[in-house]
Write a protein that binds this ligand. Sequence first.
Ligand code: FMN
Length: 428
Amino acid sequence: MSRSPSSASGPLSGRRVLLVVGGGIAAYKALDLIRRLRDRGAAVRPLLTESAQEFITPLAAAALAGERTHTDLFDRESEAEIGHIRLARDADAIVVAPATANMMARMATGHAPDLAATVLLATTLPILIAPAMNVRMWLHPATQRNLATLKADGVTVVGPNEGAMAEAEFGPGRLAEPHEIADALEAMLAQRAQAGGFGFLAGRETPKRLAGRHVLVTSGPTHEAIDPVRYLANRSSGRQGHAVAAAAAEAGARVTLVSGPVALPDPAGVTVVRVESAREMLAAVEAALPADLAIFAAAVGDWRPAETRGAKIKKDGHTPAPLTLVENPDILATISARTEGRPPLVVGFAAETDQVLDNARKKIARKGCDLIVANDVSAEGGVMGGLDNTVHLVARDGGVETWPKLGKEEVGRRLVARFSEWLAARPG
Ligand SMILES: Cc1cc2nc3c(=O)[nH]c(=O)nc-3n(C[C@H](O)[C@H](O)[C@H](O)COP(=O)(O)O)c2cc1C
């Protein structure tokens, strides 16, 4: 690339990024992304689809990137100067932001009718996509199928975020913020470098380590009803549990995901059982057994109201309604203690705000499970509801593995890989 980045010492210094901009309402944010990537030291070459040019101009992208913008597959001048095959090679990574539903479909099916899709098909570079679209387009089975295909092909995905959208709708579909996309790009490049392979093909094969196994996963919070309109809950988003379930399915397992109330799409290829309360979750877990591997990632409410009122409790203006709590069943301990039908590997999650490892070791002894995945959920860490996680794997013998901060999807994949090894090493 001709033009130097604006920061020579940023975390992306020396990196060359081909930025493909799709034709979505969020295309304007790609301009801010160009600025942020350059601030972090990257050189950015923009490529706009025909639809993207309805939302932003090639001139604006070129001015911010300090690079010419590529737009046309059959532009003879451009093809002579730097052809589509060179565009597909002459960078360290390709970022697609926003990735439209149409673009995801072209990528997943290998259709190449335009410059962007042709470059994406011709490349072996690592690809990061940041999808953005209407919530129903995102949740449509076709888009979810395409998403699963792209992930299986080794494409990294950031977002979409949840929130208010155009047409007064709410849900997942908003483009990840430019700083989140830049963070995800840094993490992707760091992971590829660590894995020793820089190519797109390096991450392509998902080994089917769990073929023929049944994996049971719980995820999300529980809601414990106070009356028909109120409940006790917690801040769990379900992202980590859902990511583990998705990774287990990618690894070839038959997966049952018992999920509390979450605002996440169902992972591809997974049977999802939706529940609300801890008692419903336990019943669904017991109904789903036998399993080879049970991963209890849900943030199950410890307590529930002693009684659930059939009618809404009225405020009387004087005293607050007294709330008596009773303990919920302990799903992890109940399943770990089973003499018959106990899954050969039972994994618990421990969300702790202090003394994370000490508490995890005590928990493993108290609950009788085989492994604990411990994480620090104190407010500063932003794990609850966030996109990243720093986990410690604690074994029954007290051994600990601590992993660096990773995206929850990557944590899910690595956990599944480790559990597969443990499962393979266990007798019976
Ligand atoms: C006003 C408007 C906003 C749009 N916003 C989106 C969007 O946010 N996400 C999306 O996937 N498609 C959106 N579309 C539809 C795409 O522009 C359309 O599918 C197009 O073919 C995408 O082309 P591309 O993938 O080559 O950029 C929008 C269309 C219009 C007219």
